[in-house]
Design a protein around this ligand. Structure first.
Ligand code: SAH
Length: 360
C-alpha cells in the first residue's frame, strides 16, 4: 500500500502555529525562520528561503504549502475599499475587505462561509450556515489583503476586525487559533489591541474568551435595545437575552482605558426612536461601553430602510446627552457590496478590477 504521507496534499502553512510547525524539524529555530520568511518577507516559494538547508526545503514541500489561497475576484470601490473573493480548497469562497484610512487601515475578515444566526437585517444571515473557516483560511485573508495593499511589513500599519461573514464565536477554536498565529512575534506580531472581534452575543463563548491568554477588543452587535425588539431582529437573543449578555460583558476583563463597543444598526421606524435611544443609553452606561451607530446598509433583499440623517443625528444626540460616547459609522465600499452586513457571495454585477495586477 502507498504511504499516505506521500499522497496527501500538503497542509496550509497558515493553519500551523509555530509550535506545530516545529514538530519533526531538526531544530526549533527552523520554524521561526519559516515564520519570518513567510510573514515578514512575504516569500511564497520554499526554494527561496535560502537560510534553510536544501534538503529541508525539499522535504518541507510535501508537508506545507506556503502560498496563500488564490484570489478569484477583487472589486474596488470608489472610496478605495477593496473586496476579495478567495478560493478555498473545497470550492467555497471566503470574503475579505480592505478599508484604507490613512494610518488606520483596516482588514475585515470572515470567520465562516455564511452564518447560522439569521439576523433579519444582515444579508449574510440569508445565506444560512455554510461551514466554519479553518484558522489558516482566516489568517490567509489577512495575508492576502496585507500583501495586495503593500503595507510595509510593520504590524502597526493596520487593524483587523472580525466583522466579515459569519459569527466568530460560533467558530471559537479556529478563530482563537488564528489570533494566536497572527499574534506570534516571529510572524505578523499583531497586538491584541489592534484586533476587534465582533459578536452577535454568544454568552458562554464570551465568558470562555474572558479566560484566554489572548483577548482581542470586543464589539457586540446589539441593534435591539429591548428583548422584545432584539428577539425579533436577532433570533440569538431568544437564547441569550440582553440581561445575560450584559452580565457577561460586566465580567469581561478590560485593560486600562479599554472599553467594549456596542454596534447598533439604525433601522428606520424599527430601532431609531427616542425610546430606543434611551434604552440603548441605559445599557451602554451600565457597562461603560461606547456605541457605534451604523445606519443600515440597504439592499433590495432587505425589508428595512435606513433612517434619514436628521433621525440619525437626533439618535446620537440623545445618547450623548446621557453621557454615552456615540459615533456614527460611515459606510465604506457599499458600491461593491463590501459594507457591513452586505457580504453575500455576490459578484456578477460588480465592477471588477484587473487581477493581472495582483501580485500575491
Ligand atoms: N456575526 C458578527 C460579525 C459579523 S456582522 C456580529 O454579529 O457581530 C458585522 C456587523 O455588521 C455587525 O455589527 C452587524 O450588526 C452589522 N450589520 C449586519 N447587517 C448590516 C446591514 N445591512 N447594514 C449595516 N450593518 C449591518
Amino acid at each position: 500500500m502507498d504511504d499516505p504521507s506521500e499522497t496527501s496534499a500538503p497542509a496550509s502553512f497558515f493553519d500551523l502555529s509555530r509550535a506545530e510547525l516545529s514538530v519533526g524539524l531538526d531544530r526549533s529555530f527552523r520554524a521561526t525562520q519559516l515564520f519570518e520568511a513567510v510573514y515578514r518577507h512575504w516569500i511564497d516559494d520554499l526554494d527561496l528561503i535560502t537560510n534553510l538547508p536544501r534538503a529541508l526545503r525539499s522535504s518541507l514541500k510535501s508537508r506545507v504549502d506556503i502560498r496563500p489561497s488564490p484570489v478569484t475576484r477583487r472589486f474596488e470601490a470608489e472610496d478605495g475599499t477593496r473586496r476579495y473573493l478567495i478560493q478555498l480548497a473545497d470550492g467555497e469562497l471566503a470574503e475579505a475587505v480592505f478599508i484604507p484610512d490613512g494610518a488606520r487601515n483596516t482588514i475585515c475578515v470572515s470567520s465562516q462561509v455564511g452564518c447560522a444566526l439569521a439576523c433579519q437585517f444582515c444579508l449574510t444571515g440569508q445565506l444560512g450556515f455554510g461551514r466554519h473557516l479553518t484558522a489558516g483560511e482566516i489568517v490567509s485573508q489577512v495575508i492576502i489583503a496585507q500583501r495586495d495593499n503593500v503595507i510595509p511589513d510593520l504590524p502597526d500599519h493596520f487593524n483587523i476586525v472580525l466583522m466579515g461573514m459569519g459569527e466568530p464565536l460560533h467558530n471559537y477554536d479556529n478563530v482563537m487559533k488564528a489570533l494566536g498565529i497572527l499574534h506570534d512575534p516571529a510572524g505578523l506580531n499583531m497586538s491584541m489591541s489592534r484586533i476587534t472581534l465582533s459578536t452577535a452575543g454568544l454568552v458562554p463563548e464570551i465568558a470562555r474568551m474572558a479566560a484566554e491568554p489572548l483577548i482581542p477588543n470586543l464589539a457586540i452587535s446589539l441593534t435591539g435595545a429591548t428583548d422584545e425588539k432584539r428577539d425579533r431582529l436577532m433570533p440569538i437573543n431568544r437564547t441569550y437575552p440582553i440581561a445575560d449578555l450584559v452580565g457577561a460583558l460586566r465580567r469581561f476583563p478590560l485593560k486600562r482605558r479599554q472599553r467594549i463597543t456596542l454596534e447598533y444598526v439604525l433601522l428606520a421606524d424599527t430601532t431609531d426612536s427616542g425610546d430606543d435611544a434611551l434604552a440603548l443609553a441605559r445599557i451602554a452606561s451600565s457597562i461603560d461601553a461606547k456605541v457605534n451607530l451604523i445606519p443600515l446598509n440597504e439592499s433590495p433583499d432587505l425589508v428595512f430602510k435606513r433612517p434619514n440623517e436628521a433621525v440619525v443625528a437626533r439618535f446620537q444626540g440623545i445618547l450623548r446627552q446621557r453621557g454615552v460616547d456615540a459615533f456614527i459609522r460611515r459606510s465604506r465600499g457599499d458600491d461593491i457590496s463590501a459594507a457591513c452586513g452586505q457580504l453575500k457571495k455576490k459578484w456578477a454585477d460588480q465592477p471588477e478590477i484587473d487581477l493581472g495586477a495582483l501580485r500575491l
